[in-house]
Design a protein around this ligand. Structure first.
Ligand SMILES: Nc1ncnc2c1ncn2[C@@H]1O[C@H](COP(=O)(O)OP(=O)(O)OP(=O)(O)O)[C@@H](O)[C@H]1O
Length: 356
């Protein structure tokens, strides 16, 4: 990374609190409440992920943030300034405080890479030499100095997104808003773009708002996550905590692809009652997950239990464990209180059809 990139978001902002703050933001389209009372703050220097299914309200939220959509009610502050009542002229400079990157990059095909990056500065009236110098600085930051004179058609998807990032950062925005920016990229390219965003966040202190339907993106680089469903924030918190113990059904369902799940052939044959062993899920994370859980369990329950499935992930350097075990019904109550005392969450899922 270029250590000479000039970056002064802190000096250009008056307020040291949230970069963006939404309070009870509402937007209806006929009968549909696209945003139904959204309250949310993006803290300076953090990476906040907003995750939700298709139709949850993500695009409407973005459009309200950049002033393309007017909320019906509530308040939106950018660096402490309320934007909801502003006219187009007053909105323009505040809109430029948010740099955006998009799923399909939105580069101008008739302009070179450096011209694309310098475009926001041209709009701001920077002289040509100064804006090309800034473009060169940013292209070095994103590792594309050798492509300055190339046209977008000669670039790979990952390279195009790097140009998109450089362009979004050209005018030193207070916040980078990523709208599904890795959704069109393959997994390896996604990882390299996320690594670049994380690097820029930690080295330059850039605040990033990631809007995505991909849990993996949030898992990899976000500090906090907010889950949006039917226009409401149904859950939010540090990523490792939300991933370890999701509360809302939407969050559980969105996470089902990346958290261990009870294998389908067992889940499908579980009975609500019966003589067969009881199947439990155990979620244990953070400081609670650093102890010798299975050693303790084996000592406390010499009658035995079977580990069916599960494992330990590490998110934000915190262990996040999820296990499925089966044990005789008579031991269940004791085991539940034992692991709950260790700080785990336990759920009884049912009985296996027989003792096999
Ligand atoms: N201009 C509009 N007119 C009517 N309904 C709209 C309009 N914009 C959004 N909606 C509705 O509001 C709800 C939220 O839509 P929105 O596009 O914000 O969701 P989203 O989370 O961005 O979905 P996706 O991930 O599919 O883009 C949906 O039910 C959508 O049909």
């Amino acid at each position: 990374m270029n250590r000479h990139v000039s970056w002064t978001p802190a000096e250009t902002t008056a307020d040291s609190g949230d970069v963006i703050r939404l309070a009870d933001v509402r937007r209806r389209f006929g009968e549909t409440a696209a945003l139904d009372g959204v309250s949310l703050g993006v803290r300076r220097g953090e990476i906040l992920g907003i995750i939700g299914r298709s139709g949850a309200g993500k695009s409407t939220l973005i459009r309200c943030l950049n002033g393309l959509e007017r909320p019906d009610g509530g308040s939106i502050e950018i660096e402490g300034r309320e934007i909801t009542g502003l006219g187009e002229a007053a909105l323009q400079p505040l809109r430029r405080r948010i740099g955006m990157i998009f799923q399909h990059f939105n580069l101008l095909s008739a302009k070179t890479v450096e011209e694309n990056v310098a475009l926001p500065l041209k709009i701001e009236g920077w002289p040509k030499a100064k804006r090309l110098a800034r473009a060169a600085e940013l292209l070095e930051l994103v590792g594309l100095s050798d492509k300055a004179r190339a046209y977008p058609s000669a670039l790979s998807g990952g390279q195009k997104q790097r140009v998109g990032i450089a362009r979004a950062l050209a005018a030193s925005p207070a916040l980078l808003l990523s709208d599904e920016a890795t959704s069109a990229l393959d997994p390896e390219t996604t990882r390299s773009i996320l690594a670049l965003l994380k690097d820029i966040n930690s080295k330059l202190g850039l605040t990033i708002l990631l809007i995505t339907h991909e849990m993996e993106v949030v898992r990899n680089i976000a500090d906090r996550v907010a889950v949006i469903d039917a226009g409401r924030i149904v859950e939010q918190g540090p990523v490792w905590q939300v991933f370890a113990t999701p509360k809302a059904e939407t969050t559980k369902s969105l996470l089902s692809g990346i958290r261990p799940q009870l294998p389908a052939h067992i889940a499908q044959t579980l009975l609500s009652e019966g003589p067969g062993d009881v199947v439990l899920s155990i979620d244990i994370a953070g400081p609670a997950a650093t102890g010798p859980l299975f050693q303790d369990l084996s000592k406390a329950f010499p009658g035995g239990y079977r580990l069916i499935h599960g494992g330990v992930d590490h998110i934000q350097k915190q262990p996040v464990g999820r296990f499925f075990i089966a044990l005789p019904a008579a031991s269940t109550a004791g085991l539940v209180s034992f692991v709950e005392r260790l700080g785990a969450q336990v759920e009884v899922l049912g009985h296996v059809a027989d003792h096999a």
